[in-house]
Design a protein. Structure first.
Length: 445
């Protein structure tokens, strides 16, 4: 690399990874997101980028998987010698001991970086996520809910949030000691010494973040306490939002944010969705009344070995027919949190991966058959596995979408002409207004 790296990061799913890329790009930090560790030819065009990401799947993986694959991924990121290496988690912090274990990620990074205390930051006011006295809150339909009472996250089909105190939630996943730099510490005139004391006596230090002022102070602490050889930090894109103020103050990034132009509308897009979120369900229903063909895939048949091929062929035939008739298409495996969730849960890791890969294969065939220029993948767990089927090795930001933060329109980089330059939007389950899919089709910022 020709430019010293400010940040390297691993996203625990693909939409979370683009969330970080968007947060950085909005503040003039050029960022590339790789889908796997790149070769020299793939890395070379981004030599002057101060931030490099690696999209992963650990949000939907077991601790045993993480022990091998996450360790290797973090080791590659560590080799880039960035000032900070960030393990990115969802801003709702949903996780469990047996799947998406954040405690395991803390343990792996702590050992790899030989770090006595790992900072943890989850609250991001930009995303309407707040942490106060260790309790986590998130907005839904204009109202802020404690995360264990959140209408969606409290009944997530895979990783429901039953505890709002992030320290207690995390304690079910790790034996590491977890301290708290609460709002009183953040607002203190003696924050530096209090943080140093908490860091010496804990393996993990969770930071409260209620507002932008707290966020800037947390960012200053992350930068102040980093190790000279590079430090490991865990959290949502709150980490990046927290750091940009101190970076700007130290003239490490541009003083003025860049201007992004709209790419304009396209006639048709294709969407695949494995999201179980009610937010995504509303978006599908809205799109269906606005010139989109919504095609349901029977997920029970999709994950059944005997019925899989026929189920795929049926969905593809209907999708191509709709595209040929000039419609945009949404192929989905769930319509809200109760859509055959039990069957998927019983199928475990194999079923979840198969759903994502299958949707990716359908999307690939739609792009190749119809020459589509813009696509959407909905569902954080789905996106990583779906995009892996498209021969894309990296993403950069085409257009941040401040109205729906965390779901930018991206440019794909591929060795295959059909996918190089393809515009891709990756939407987390909870992200976006009802008209999200229409906005992507119409190029509305």
């Amino acid at each position: 690399m020709n430019t010293p790296l400010l940040l390297s990061y691993y996203g625990d799913d693909l939409t979370g990874s683009t969330d970080v890329m968007e947060a950085l790009s909005l503040h003039g930090v050029k960022t590339v997101l790789f889908l796997a560790p790149p070769n020299e030819d793939q890395l070379a065009p981004f030599a002057d980028f101060p931030a490099i990401g690696l999209a992963g799947t650990s949000r939907s993986e077991s601790p045993e998987w993480m022990e091998t694959y996450l360790t290797n991924a973090l080791a590659w990121l560590q080799s880039l010698n960035a000032s900070l290496c960030h393990y990115k988690v969802c801003s709702t912090f949903d996780s469990a001991p047996d799947i998406g274990n954040i405690g395991k990620a803390l343990e792996i990074g702590k050992a790899l970086f030989a770090q006595s205390c790992v900072p943890l930051v989850v609250g991001a006011p930009q995303l309407k996520r707040y942490t106060v006295f260790g309790q986590h809150f998130a907005a839904f339909d204009g109202e802020v809910h404690r995360i264990d009472r959140h209408p969606v996250m409290s009944r997530h089909p895979v990783t429901p949030m039953a505890e709002a105190d992030l320290r207690l939630h995390l304690a079910k996943q790790t034996l590491l000691s977890i301290g708290l730099a609460d709002v009183l510490c953040i607002e203190s005139a003696d924050t530096d010494s209090l943080v140093d004391q908490l860091s010496r006596s804990n393996d993990v230090l969770l930071y409260d973040t209620l507002n932008r002022n707290h966020q800037a102070k947390v960012g200053a602490q992350l930068w102040r306490t980093r190790l000279s050889e590079g430090s490991y930090v865990v959290g949502s894109s709150a980490v990046e939002y927290a750091l940009v103020d101190i970076w700007r103050e130290q003239a490490l990034i541009p003083l003025s944010p860049p201007v992004f132009s709209s790419p304009g509308a396209v006639e048709q897009i294709a969407v695949v969705s494995g999201s179980c979120s009610e937010v995504t369900a509303r978006q599908i229903r809205y799109a269906e009344t606005n010139e989109f063909r919504a095609i349901a895939v029977d997920v029970v048949k999709l994950i059944n070995d005997q019925a899989h091929t026929d189920t795929m062929n049926k969905a593809l035939k209907e999708a191509i027919e709709a595209l040929n008739q000039g419609e945009s298409v949404i192929v989905y495996t769930a319509m809200g949190p109760n859509s055959d969730a039990d069957a998927v849960h019983r199928g475990g890791e194999k079923a979840r991966h198969l759903i994502g890969r299958s949707l990716g294969q359908l999307l690939r065939q739609m792009v190749e058959a119809h020459g589509l220029k813009r696509i959407v993948i909905a569902g954080g767990d789905t996106s990583s596995h779906a995009l892996s089927q498209l021969g894309i090795h990296a993403l950069t930001t085409r257009l941040p979408l401040p109205e729906t933060p965390g779901s930018p329109l991206c440019i794909a980089h591929s060795d295959q002409p059909a996918f190089d330059g393809l515009e891709v939007a990756l939407k987390g389950g909870q992200i976006g207004s009802e008209s999200y899919f229409l906005s992507i089709r119409d190029g509305i910022a």
